[in-house]
Design a binder for this molecule. Structure first.
Ligand SMILES: Nc1nc2c(ncn2[C@@H]2O[C@H](COP(=O)(O)OP(=O)(O)O[C@H]3O[C@H](CO)[C@@H](O)[C@H](O)[C@@H]3O)[C@@H](O)[C@H]2O)c(=O)[nH]1
Ligand SMILES: [Mg+2]
Length: 196
């Protein structure tokens, strides 16, 4: 594989794992800022892109979060490994809007028809190819169609949390929200005074 960008060349890819998603080792020549070429090696994990959404209710001043077990967080000191998060998922073959509406239905049990895209960005650009699409949307009780909880066929075991926005902000400030996607969207609501 050759790249048109002129600060990298001689790119070699080796698949290290393709069991579920794809982990590759990339070896390439990189031209440093002082003009010298050096051989670099980087492991890159490709799980596709993702989308996440924070649902809020203007009248009740509540937000919808989910709680689920995350093995990587458990391995890295997150107590029992249960993480408070925004609803979200991998795009698979869908566009971000279609994906996020599907995840809202599967994980939260709500059917929403409009979402607002607020950000797009790389989750962890040094290691993941993943680009995240961030959304917010308003919900009302009438949009609830079932109890959510995720797909048992995908071994998802998700608790839906409807909590006062003020409590979510307290959780953010006292370290109980430790998922960066969730921090980003709660701060979006704060910065833009969406529920003030
Ligand atoms: N067998 C197997 N299944 C897996 C594996 N990894 C994930 N899965 C399955 O794939 C499903 C993915 O569910 P989604 O809702 O689509 O994704 P997510 O795990 O919620 O990911 C979201 O959060 C991530 C963490 O922040 C984000 O990285 C991602 O973009 C997305 O927003 C999981 O429930 C699980 O069943 C694996 O290594 N092996
Ligand atoms: Mg998910």
């Amino acid at each position: 594989m050759e790249n048109k960008i002129n600060h990298i060349k001689h790119i070699k890819e080796t698949v290290l794992s393709d069991q579920h998603y794809i982990l590759k080792k990339l070896s390439f020549d990189y031209m440093t800022s002082n003009g010298k070429w050096e051989r670099q090696h980087r492991e890159v994990y490709n799980r596709g892109d993702g989308a996440g959404i924070l649902l809020y209710n203007r009248k009740k001043k509540t937000v919808l979060l989910i709680k689920q077990f995350r093995m990587p967080a458990y391995l890295n000191g997150a107590k029992d490994g249960f993480i408070n998060e925004i609803c979200g998922g991998l795009l698979d073959d869908d566009d971000p809007e279609t994906c996020i509406m599907r995840e809202v239905k599967e994980e939260l049990g709500f059917e929403i028809s409009t979402v607002k895209k607020v950000y797009e960005g790389f989750s962890s650009p040094g290691v993941l190819t993943e680009k995240m699409h961030f959304f917010i949307a308003e919900y009302t009780d009438e949009m609830k169609v079932d109890s959510g909880g995720g797909l048992a066929t995908e071994q998802e075991d998700i608790e839906v949390l409807e909590i006062p926005y003020s409590e979510a902000i307290d959780m953010l400030n006292n370290g109980k929200i430790i998922d960066t996607r969730t921090i980003v969207l709660l701060q979006y609501l704060q910065i833009h005074k969406v529920l003030d």
